[in-house]
Design a protein around this ligand. Structure first.
Ligand SMILES: O=P(O)(O)OC[C@H]1O[C@](O)(COP(=O)(O)O)[C@@H](O)[C@@H]1O
Ligand SMILES: [Mn+2]
Length: 317
């Protein structure tokens, strides 16, 4: 049952959704206006969703109903005909990257049969992720960054100095960075975009072996949905800075606030993951306007068959 609601044609429809969101955001690349870029992507994504024959429900969205006009948590999208599908979305993952015309901004979404994605609140999440090919439990949020990277190096049969961890460049990550470097590892710092950072661990060409640090919980669920398609391991634990954030978690049904979620709890069913490059990135080309046409580059993955597909499209501008 679970497997046949995520049909190939639904996956194709999702490609179009991230394509049009990326195209809309691309018009705002380098214009210094994060909010406008995000709004353009949100609006285009919502319009595209509403053309799809499904009963879509946003479970990871732009925010709570009273703070996000569109694609808020709980919003229903689609024509209402077809399967009941839960959606995690980030129409513009990397608003600052877009505003500043920096690499790796994406339009991103993941879908699952109803109930298949953790309803994460809009808080931070401590995350650790690795690509496929390692024994279960080789990394954990309990072990130190140095212990984790050393265990991975040992399993690979390489020196720790040959290992690279990706971390968001934030003061809150000082200790993580210090622990990794003191173990001898390289640290690849990114200014934004940890969905791409997590996915990088699954692609040997990126040279990234480990993703570590705290970022958005919604981005954590999106990244988990991606890893689910290609294999790998991930753990996430919500971080609360105040009571309001705890209440946000309670409102989306989280009762055990200190819990660590494994990959299969962040994304418990089959998933389809879709990302279209907005700006040029390590994984995807950005949207390019050339010869009166708009060119896009999209990654779509499905967990049912482990498919990873890159799609280059172009259409009339
Ligand atoms: O910038 P902060 O507060 O450290 O948050 C980190 C989060 O922000 C991002 O870098 C970008 O988020 P946006 O899509 O909201 O611009 C995420 O990839 C990451 O999870
Ligand atoms: Mn984001």
């Amino acid at each position: 049952m679970e497997n046949n609601v995520l049909t190939p044609s639904l996956a194709d429809a999702m490609v179009r959704v991230t394509e049009v969101a990326a195209i809309a955001a691309s018009k705002l690349v380098g214009r210094g206006d994060e909010k406008k870029a995000d709004a353009a992507a949100v609006d285009a994504m919502r319009t595209a969703f509403n053309q799809v024959d499904f009963q879509g429900r946003v479970v990871i969205g732009e925010g709570e109903r009273d703070e996000a006009p569109m694609l808020y948590i709980g919003e229903e999208v689609g024509t209402g005909k077809g399967p009941a599908i839960d959606i995690a979305l980030d129409p513009l993952e990397g608003t600052t990257l877009t505003a500043k015309a920096m690499a790796n901004a994406l339009a991103v979404l993941a879908i699952a049969p109803k109930g298949g994605l953790l309803h994460a609140p809009d808080t931070y999440m401590d995350k650790i992720a690795i690509g496929p090919g390692y024994p279960e439990g080789i990394v954990s949020l309990e072990a130190s960054p140095a212990e984790n990277i050393t265990a991975l190096a040992k399993h690979k049969g390489v020196e720790v100095s040959d290992m690279t961890a990706c971390v968001l460049d934030r003061p809150r990550h000082e200790d993580i960075i210090e622990s990794l470097r003191s173990a001898g590892a390289r640290v690849a710092l990114i200014t934004d975009g940890d969905v791409a950072g997590v996915i990088a661990t699954t692609n040997p060409h990126t040279g990234i072996d480990l993703y570590l640090g705290s970022g958005g919980a919604p981005e954590g669920v999106l990244a988990a949905a991606a890893l689910k398609c290609v294999g790998g391991q991930m753990f996430g634990r919500l971080v609360f800075r105040n009571d309001d954030e705890k209440k946000r978690a309670e409102r989306v049904g989280i009762t055990d606030l200190g819990r660590t979620y494994a990959l299969n709890e962040l994304a418990s069913s089959d998933t389809v993951f879709c990302a279209t490059g907005v700006t040029q990135g390590s994984m995807l080309s950005g949207v390019a306007h050339r010869d009166g046409r708009v060119h896009t580059h999209t990654l779509v993955m499905t967990s049912t068959d482990g498919m990873v597909r890159y799609i280059r499209s172009n259409r009339k501008a």
